[in-house]
Design a protein around this ligand. Structure first.
Ligand code: PLP
Length: 439
């Protein structure tokens, strides 16, 4: 297929990119199919990251494309403020079938960032509706990523994402991160050490008073800061402490949702149910932007049923429940069901884990982590040049036809759930060679 190249790269200010480097050395993706991207030159690139953790059913899925086309011909757009259109309700009902029991209310957004901010706002509105207006403090975690809105960024714990933007939200505090590399180095699956780190919530309660804390938001597995798998027992302890102190627990399931760890949502496999969960990415297989927030029925009831009449929640987006996104979401969830993508992920997980840990003895590999179809490979940084070694590995892999993702000196992998053994061989073969070449 002949894909025209843009002849002007100047106007597009690219997100989270080294614009100057890219524009001098463009890596242009032109099309995608199955497990692969294809560059404008026609080179095939094996997708080791499902795009940005989002194309969980693989690329170019015909059912999703057809659902979007069909919906575009029926209804391009209609508002969902004080009006409705059927497919948005259907999409919400389908999501509610997948969320944990009792979390049957779904609010639509357009991205993970919007979902994070929506979840935080719902938490604040919940406490206010119940007469606990002093609960305004939001607790995140070091190294957490909840997108780039002011709420998610403030609750997020990545210095690099915050420092450029001044004071951010007041009334935010952070739990310690759970990355105990010394105790848990090369752990397979869930690490043993670190459940006690959840007890830091007691310290924050002692410091601020439970009556000032609205919510704790964490990723069940932190992806963007380099794959941090929760220590065994940690999430259970966090859940118990939130319940004890009347604090809402929010899981940011933007990457753990939709089969990534072998179940519909992380909460299911990890065995801990939050009060609110965010999602995006895999919801539509990334074919149309869409996010959502699912809440425990009691949270909805407090805000909606408890309201005297009129608008209950002063929040929403022009594109909340957009018909094309809703169509893509329904088709995606149908694909997940028909092909049992979570089950497929679970079935191939042992091979994935074995291949991931086979990199252990390569030069500069200082830790490896995995859970479900996620892997993190941490490299020792070059003296005085953090992030350079992993970025060189990324470039070598791309040139050799494999897409990986790097954050600092950590390589993060999250392939489409349709990955087969031959793809795993190629992905890890190429990655291993690139790590050796950068020794
Ligand atoms: N939350 C988590 C856990 C994420 O991993 C991401 C994106 O990687 C986001 C939120 C933000 O999603 P988006 O980029 O769609 O705004």
């Amino acid at each position: 297929m002949n894909v025209p190249r843009p002849n002007n790269l100047d106007a597009y200010w690219m997100p989270y990119s080294d614009n100057k480097y890219f524009k001098a050395n463009p890596r242009m993706i032109a099309r995608a199919e199955g497990m692969s991207y294809f560059t404008a030159d026609g080179a095939e690139i094996l997708d080791g990251t499902a795009g940005l953790w989002c194309c969980n059913a693989g690329h170019g899925r015909v059912q999703i494309k057809e659902a979007i086309q069909k919906q575009a011909a029926i209804l391009d757009y209609a508002p969902t403020f004080q009006l409705g259109h059927p497919i948005a309700f259907e999409a919400a009902a389908r999501i509610a079938e997948l969320t944990p029991d009792g979390m049957d209310k779904v609010f639509f957004t357009n991205s993970g960032s919007e979902s994070a901010d929506t979840a935080l706002k719902i938490a604040l509105a919940y406490h206010k509706a119940r007469g606990e207006s002093s609960r305004v403090r939001l607790i995140g975690r070091e190294r957490g990523y909840h997108g780039v809105g002011f709420g998610g960024m403030s609750v997020g714990g990545i210095g690099g994402n915050r420092k450029q933007f001044g004071a951010l939200l007041p009334y935010v505090d952070h739990l310690p991160h759970t990355h105990g590399i010394e105790a848990n180095r090369f752990a397979r699956g869930m690490p043993e050490e670190g459940a006690h780190l959840a007890d830091a919530l007691e310290n924050l309660v002692a410091l601020h008073g439970a009556e000032t804390i609205a919510a704790v938001m964490v990723e069940p597995i932190a992806g963007s800061t380099g794959v941090l798998v929760p220590p065994r027992g940690y999430l259970e302890r966090l859940r118990a402490l939130c319940t004890k102190h009347g604090i809402l627990l929010i899981f940011d399931e933007v990457i753990t949702g939709f089969g990534r760890i072998g179940t519909n949502f992380g909460a299911e496999r990890l065995g801990v149910t939050p009060d609110i969960m965010t999602m995006a990415k895999g919801l539509t297989n990334a074919a149309v932007p869409m996010g959502a927030v699912a809440v425990r029925n009691g949270v909805y009831d407090a805000i909606v049923e408890g309201a005297p009449g009129g608008i209950e929640l002063f929040h929403g987006y022009t594109y909340s429940g957009h018909p094309l996104a809703a169509a893509a979401a329904i088709a995606t969830m149908e694909l997940h069901r028909e092909e049992d993508l979570p089950g497929r992920a679970r079935a191939i997980e042992p091979l994935w884990q074995e291949a991931t840990h086979s990199l252990r003895d390569l030069p500069n590999v200082i830790d490896i982590r995995d859970y479900g179809l996620i892997a993190g490979i941490e490299l020792a940084p070059r003296a005085g040049k953090p992030g350079h070694r992993a970025m060189e590995v990324f470039r070598r892999c791309f040139d050799a036809g494999v897409l990986i993702r790097v954050t600092g000196d950590i390589i993060a992998l999250s392939p489409p759930l349709i990955i087969e053994p031959k793809h795993i061989d190629r992905l890890y073969g190429t990655l291993g060679e690139a790590i050796r070449a950068e020794a």
